[in-house]
Write a protein that binds this ligand. Structure first.
Ligand SMILES: [Ca+2]
Length: 294
């Protein structure tokens, strides 16, 4: 009897030790993954602050998701609704205060491990969007980059619309630009309002991160998907852009048809980037988000 009691007491001690070891291991693993995650974020921040974007002239808007200054500290928490996504344009201090403002409860959510394990903004495909006024861009040249990942296709949803408030901003006039519109599940469209200048690319599908770049050089519009060029669209005349809507298109001056997925970065220049400049920005985005470019 004595022996049995001793054995069971010993078993309890053993069990406690095992539980303690498991506990230490769990803490160790979770701390380890936290350290890896923090290192990954630090690397992304360094890639951002040293990227080619900083040295290319004509930068008008740059919003990304790894820097502390991109969000309010109390909103940069996993699962939190975002009211502001700050323009971190490093070239014009007067534009640094410009921010995307959300409307009522149609706000995207901050996800701390999105594309490539980095923070991202998640748009619900129902009514989410971010809207911002911009100093007027009167230009026949325009370059826009975006890093996105679609969760589900919503007919005619658009990752970003560039419009003019005074002309109704419907995206149907030649002063406007609709980026990454998805009339079909299998195709992106970059389109200038009214006059077309349409270019298309095959869509990689749901849950696949990608880098898109659209470049208008005054006569041509080319849409690049992960560095590969579309056919050429024909364009002429000035854009008059003073507003950007991220995660939706515009109808009757109101956001309309929301895009369903994650958006991690948007970069806008008021000029057509050269091949070397485009490749420089794509190389930065490729490294940061782990997306292969051609
Ligand atoms: Ca919503």
């Amino acid at each position: 009897m004595k022996t049995i009691k001793q054995q069971s007491a010993f078993s309890l001690i053993e069990l406690s030790v095992v539980i303690l070891i498991i506990g230490i291991l769990v803490i160790g693993i979770s701390q380890g993954s936290r350290i890896i995650k923090e290192a990954k974020l630090k690397t992304a921040q360094q890639l951002t602050t040293s990227s080619a974007v900083n040295s290319i002239s004509g930068l008008r808007l740059w919003a990304e998701t790894s820097l502390e200054k991109s969000f309010d500290a109390n909103e940069a928490i996993n699962g939190t609704i975002i009211t502001s996504w700050y323009n971190t344009n490093t070239q014009d201090v007067n534009l640094n205060g410009t921010r995307f403002q959300s409307v009522s409860d149609r706000r995207p959510i901050y996800i701390n491990a999105g594309i490539n394990g980095l923070p991202t903004l998640r748009f619900d495909g129902i009514d989410d969007y971010l809207l911002s006024s911009l100093p007027l861009m009167a230009t026949d040249q325009l370059t826009v980059f975006m890093v996105c990942k679609r969760s589900a296709w919503v007919s005619r949803a658009t990752t970003a619309s560039f419009t003019n408030v005074a002309d109704g901003g419907d995206g149907f006039t030649p002063t406007t630009f609709v980026f990454s519109s998805e009339a079909s599940a299998a195709t992106f469209v970059s389109e200038r309002g009214g006059v077309g200048a349409i270019t298309t690319q095959p869509h990689p599908g749901n849950n696949k991160p990608y880098i898109l770049a659209s470049i208008f050089n005054g006569t041509n519009n080319i849409l690049y998907l992960n560095g590969s060029a579309s056919t050429t669209g024909i364009t002429s005349g000035n854009f008059l852009i003073d507003r950007v809507v991220v995660g939706s298109r515009i109808a009757g001056n109101n956001p309309n048809i929301s895009w369903n997925g994650d958006i991690s970065e948007i970069i806008v220049f008021d000029k057509a980037l050269s091949v070397a400049e485009r490749k420089g920005v794509e190389a930065y985005l490729s490294q940061k988000y782990g997306i292969k470019v051609n």
